[in-house]
Ligand binder design. Structure first.
Ligand code: CTP
Length: 398
């Protein structure tokens, strides 16, 4: 799929710049050509010689390099590409993109380009979580900038958390996805998935049996049709698909806040099995037996209903909102009432009674309920349900 594609690769000044060398190799193996651009800071991490050797191309470094301007001006350079990739995208580069700075070659190219831009952020976890960076990310994705990663893990600075740049093969997959010119190209779709964990004390929590398999499959199917997917997931067993923007959460309240941050979206699919209740007063230290044999009691508070909140938004509601209804009795009647009560457009009803093997299993048997229709789909794999649903979403948003 990358054969003949021209990638303009802007390498930012971060420790992950070394991974950009491998990225170039992987892209060239797949038949893409890579034109590398180094920022001044990135030259502290990789040398122009190694970059040009791996790209098999001239490295562009300076806005005021007159030879380059005579050969190819910065406007042409930014437009000759099919896709602009920024890897690593530092906090500083992201901020520059948001504010439209054009004070060096990399930022000027990003301003001048008429092509899609994909960023692979990389920074310290505190910098990533800083409200300024999160605001910038929201602005950039709202502007249509694609994003892959960052991942969670150990960082070069010794800390742990989100901020590691996505691995080269993950970036390649996101680049691949950026070229998919499917029917959902240009559409942003939000998917929630997995269970939520509601803490009781620092070591215990309340959870449910959702594996996240159906949500992951839906995100993958939407991606395959060319959508830009934000995937908000609780602690699931099944890994998120490569190429989506992953936001990991634990609790229902965190999930709501991540969903609100990810909007606007053209469509939203709420496949998460959100805990309806949380413990009202989470203990700050581990609850202990006191030796008297007396049993603790838990008081619950109701969690926000994310699907209902988004379905009933007065402003900025996605054009199509799809919910799931996990039922054990009177599946269709309950799901039909649930659709009306929550205010979503469609509800995908499934019977999660233990004997169906659906929760945690690989198959699903669903009925898709709309305002004036209920369609039962024969039992099929969760991947097939996802593909059929993604196609229906694509038809509805066409
Ligand atoms: N949902 C949500 N937020 C919640 C609860 C549920 O967004 N706090 C969403 C789920 O992602 C799903 C739909 O609402 O798309 C229905 O979830 P389900 O568990 O079937 O229904 P509940 O709202 O929990 O209703 P009930 O407990 O009455 O079955």
């Amino acid at each position: 799929m990358l054969q003949g594609k021209r990638i303009l690769l802007i390498i930012g000044g971060g420790i992950a710049a070394f991974k950009a060398l491998d990225l170039m190799r992987r892209l060239r193996e797949r038949g893409a050509s890579v034109t590398p651009v180094l920022t001044k800071a990135s030259e502290e991490f990789v040398t122009p010689l190694s970059v040009s050797a791996l790209a098999a191309q001239k490295v562009y470094r300076d806005l005021f390099d007159l030879t380059d301007e005579a050969e190819m001006g910065h406007i042409e350079l930014s437009r000759a590409a099919d896709l602009v990739v920024v890897a690593p995208a530092t906090a500083d580069l992201m901020a520059k993109m948001v504010h439209g700075h054009a004070n060096d070659l990399a930022s000027t190219l990003l301003m001048a380009t008429d092509k899609r831009v994909l960023i692979a952020p990389s920074m310290n976890v505190r910098m990533w979580e800083h409200p300024a960076t999160q605001r910038n990310l929201k602005t950039l994705t709202g502007d249509g900038v694609l994003c892959v990663g960052p991942n969670e893990g150990d960082m070069a600075c010794g800390e742990y958390g989100f901020g590691r740049m996505a691995e080269p093969l993950e970036i390649v997959a996101a680049i691949d996805a950026a070229f998919v010119d499917g029917p959902l190209a240009g559409k942003h779709i939000l998917v929630t998935s997995g269970p939520t964990h509601e803490p009781i004390d620092p070591v215990r929590y309340i959870a449910n049996r959702s594996s996240g398999a159906q949500g992951s499959a839906i995100a993958r199917a939407l991606l395959t049709l060319g959508a830009q997917v934000t995937f908000v997931t609780g602690p699931a067993d099944v890994a998120p698909p490569v190429g989506v923007k992953v936001v990991k959460v634990q609790t229902a309240r965190e999930m709501l806040s991540a969903v609100e941050t990810a909007l606007p979206a053209d469509g939203a699919v709420f496949a998460a099995a959100v805990a309806d209740w949380r413990v009202a007063t989470e203990a700050t230290s581990k609850m202990k037996k006191d030796g008297s044999g007396s049993l603790p009691s838990l008081t619950f508070a109701e969690n926000p209903d994310i699907l209902a909140t988004v379905s009933q938004m007065a402003k900025g509601r996605p054009e199509l909102v799809v919910g799931f209804a996990a039922e054990t009795d009177d599946v269709i009647a309950n799901a039909t009432a649930k659709r009306a009560r929550k205010g979503c457009d469609w509800i995908v009803a499934n019977d999660v009674s233990p004997e169906t093997g659906i929760m945690g299993g690989s198959e699903n048997d669903v009925t898709v309920i709309t305002a004036n229709d209920a369609q039962n789909w024969p039992r099929m794999t969760k991947d097939q349900v996802a593909q059929k649903l993604a196609q229906a979403i694509s038809d509805a948003l066409a």
